[in-house]
Structure formats: structure tokens, C-alpha cells
Design a protein around this ligand. Structure first.
Ligand code: HEM
Length: 118
């Protein structure tokens, strides 16, 4: 199976890495602007005026929209988790490369728990 993957995908390693990086960037940045320019300001306004009806309405609207906008991130993450192991196998990487151990520790110990949390 590994030989098959290496022989079929080996010539396309560069493309596979590009796809990995594209979805990694999409995973990281697709919610960044929504968070910085919508969620943060409305939550700060809500903290200042927790009983203001207009602020509460704006907060609820922003949170609903932000949750919906996370769809890009929810598509990107599985794609990164598919292309990553493919890069690992096709590129002949091993856990002898320290950075991969640390990276997998961060992914399994932090990223995946964050992603599966409701
Ligand atoms: C959220 C999860 C992940 C993110 C954000 C991510 C991000 C990245 C980034 C930015 C690079 C480029 C590093 C560079 O060129 O110096 C990279 C490369 C790589 N990633 Fe991931 N990755 C993730 C998951 C994984 C997983 C789960 C694996 C394997 C089990 C993996 C395997 C690799 C490999 C082997 C490379 C090296 C490619 C090369 O330099 O030829 N990645 N990843």
C-alpha cells in the first residue's frame, strides 16, 4: 500500500504539499477576520452593556453568523488531516525527524481537541 501511494503520488508531492498548505492556511485564517472584526467588538460591547437589548441582539446575530462562517474551517481541517499523513507516507518522513513528533503532539494534543469541542 505504501509503495503504491509513493509510486502514484510521489511525482505529485509538490502539488500535495501545496494542497496541504492551502487548507492549512484556510483552516487558520478563514475565521480570523470574523473573530477580530465582529466577535471581539460585539463581545466587548456586551460586556460593557450586558442588559442593552440592541447589544444582546447584535451579539446573538454575530455569533450565529460566525458559527455559519466556520464551515470553511470545518472543511479545511479534515483536508489538512488527510493530506498531512499522505505527505508523511509519500515523502518517506519518519518520527526520527523531531519536528514531526512535536507537530503531531500539538495536532493530537491541542488542535484536534479544539476542533471536536462543541
Ligand atoms: C492542523 C493541522 C496541520 C497544520 C496546520 C499543518 C501545517 C503545515 C505547514 C505550514 C507545513 C509547511 C512546513 C514547511 O514547509 O516548512 C506542513 C508541512 C508538512 N506537514 Fe502539516 N500540518 C498539519 C497536519 C499535518 C499532519 C496530521 C501530518 C502528518 C501526519 C502533517 C505532515 C506534514 C509533512 C510531512 C510536511 C512536510 C512537507 C515538506 O516539507 O515536504 N501535517 N504542514
Amino acid at each position: 500500500m505504501i509503495e503504491f501511494l509513493q509510486s502514484t503520488l510521489g511525482p505529485h508531492y509538490g502539488t500535495l504539499k501545496f494542497v496541504h498548505l492551502l487548507f492549512a492556511a484556510m483552516w487558520v485564517f478563514s475565521t480570523a477576520t470574523g473573530y477580530a472584526f465582529y466577535v471581539l467588538p460585539v463581545m466587548k460591547a456586551w460586556r460593557r452593556n450586558p442588559n442593552d437589548v440592541e447589544v444582546v441582539r447584535a451579539r446573538n446575530w454575530v455569533m450565529e453568523r460566525f458559527d455559519e462562517s466556520a464551515i470553511y474551517e470545518h472543511v479545511a481541517f479534515p483536508m489538512v488531516l488527510i493530506t498531512g499523513p499522505l505527505l508523511y507516507v509519500v515523502g518517506g518522513w519518519s518520527t526520527a525527524q523531531g519536528w514531526i513528533d512535536l507537530k503531531l503532539l500539538i495536532i493530537i494534543g491541542l488542535f484536534i481537541p479544539i476542533e471536536i469541542m462543541p
